[in-house]
Design a protein around this ligand. Structure first.
Ligand code: GRF
Length: 203
């Protein structure tokens, strides 16, 4: 399945996806890595692997939808059929979401529906939870809200702060995001109301 991966920063989740694809574990191709910030290190990672990149800076647009229209045009021009948000720090407009129905994935560094929004790991550390984790979900029109595909959890440790927790959660993210993309690429994800069902692998 041809994928577009959208980044705004370091792109370690992009890297784990690239590595999983190159190792033959995920039957997908990345046809575009797009950033809204020209200095996103994710772009460098993409170039190192010979992947096509694009920068569509949101600062050049008067509003969210006009930016999203150009982002969607770039994704379509690249031939991508699904969109993987990997640390893309932008809310998507309804226009964007409707352009790829049930074909946009996001990863959030908390066990949704807890700690939506920015810095989920830091919110969790501050709250004093005993279990923290990460969630991959379909994107819908509300922030960090769409149907959940996979979650992974870890126990917090005494002395954890937002940074130590974020680091350990990131390791979980690198495991579950490629897994979710694999299921998507294999056509095995079905959404029934809020529930995502993973079909058995074909024999
Ligand atoms: C991750 O923690 C992800 O959950 C969040 O943004 C961070 C991106 O990290 N949405 P990276 O750019 O993939 O390293």
């Amino acid at each position: 399945m041809p994928l577009a991966v959208l980044v705004s920063g370091g792109g370690s989740n992009l890297q784990s996806l690239i590595d999983s694809i190159e190792a033959g574990r995920v039957p997908a191709r990345i046809v575009l890595v797009l950033a809204n910030t020209p200095d996103a290190y994710g772009l460098v990672r993409a170039e190192k692997h010979g992947l096509p990149t694009a920068v569509v800076p949101h600062t050049a647009y008067p509003d969210r939808e006009s930016h999203d229209r150009d982002v969607v045009a770039a994704i379509r021009a690249a031939g991508a059929e699904a969109v993987v948000l990997a640390g893309y720090m932008r809310l998507l407009s309804p226009f964007f979401i409707q352009a790829f129905p049930q074909r946009i994935l996001n990863i959030h560094p908390a066990l949704l529906p807890a700690f939506q929004g920015l810095h989920g790991q830091h919110q969790a550390a501050e709250y004093g939870v005993k279990l923290a984790g990460a969630t991959v979900h379909f994107v819908d029109e509300e922030l960090d809200n769409g149907p959940i595909i996979i979650q992974a959890a870890l126990p917090t440790q005494e002395g954890d702060d937002g940074d130590t927790l974020a680091q350990r959660i990131l390791h979980l993210e690198h495991r579950i995001y490629p897994q979710a993309v694999k299921w998507l690429a294999e056509g095995r994800l079905q959404i029934r109301k809020r529930h995502v069902v993973v079909d058995n692998a074909p024999d």
